[in-house]
Design a protein around this ligand. Structure first.
Ligand code: NI
Length: 173
């Protein structure tokens, strides 16, 4: 396994829509394993393939609280089939937008269908942090980011800040 570089704002690819995976093969399994390693190292609780520059509908998650208790989830072509009625606010961060947190209200429970690493169809009921993380990561597959939940003014301010930082970084290398 190897750690992959995570792309950050304002990388245009973060706005791209990811395409479905047609076949679950060793390449997909290797990518999922690399993404898990990248996510754990960050550290983060979720990562979408687009965040490592791969425009495919694949995401990895692990919301377990204890460091010694890993519970990795790999979802290929995930699709939310049911959302709960109740909304809960949660302060979300994103590995592609370091040091920014946005309070977002999302449905507190959901049912998601996906393909697992063995190519088998799965269905999962989730609530709490896992439900939030699944919605956040599926947003990535459609090019949606947490800053899209902010007012235009606040969003533009953050994007400007990251553009400036990217400019400074490229000038210093
Ligand atoms: Ni994110």
């Amino acid at each position: 396994m190897s750690k992959l570089p995570i792309i950050i704002l304002p990388a245009p690819l973060l706005r791209a829509k990811s395409a479905p995976i047609e076949r679950v093969d060793d390449d997909v399994r290797r990518l999922a394993a690399d993404m898990l390693e990248t996510m754990y190292a960050a550290p983060g609780i979720g990562l979408a393939a687009i965040q490592v520059g791969v425009q495919r509908r694949l995401l990895v998650l692990d919301v377990s609280e204890k460091e010694d208790e890993q519970n990795p989830l790999v979802m290929i072509n995930p699709e939310i089939v049911k959302l709960g009625d109740e909304l809960v606010p949660y302060e979300e961060g994103c590995l592609s937008i370091p040091d920014v947190r946005v309070e977002i209200e999302r449905p507190s429970s959901l049912t998601v269908r996906f393909i697992d690493r063995e190519g088998r169809p799965q269905q999962l009921d989730a609530d709490g942090l896992l439900a939030t993380a699944i919605q956040h990561e599926i947003d990535h597959l459609d090019g949606r980011l947490i800053i899209d939940f902010l007012s235009r003014l606040k969003r533009d301010m953050i994007v400007r800040r990251f553009k400036k930082q990217a400019r400074l970084d490229s000038e210093s290398t």
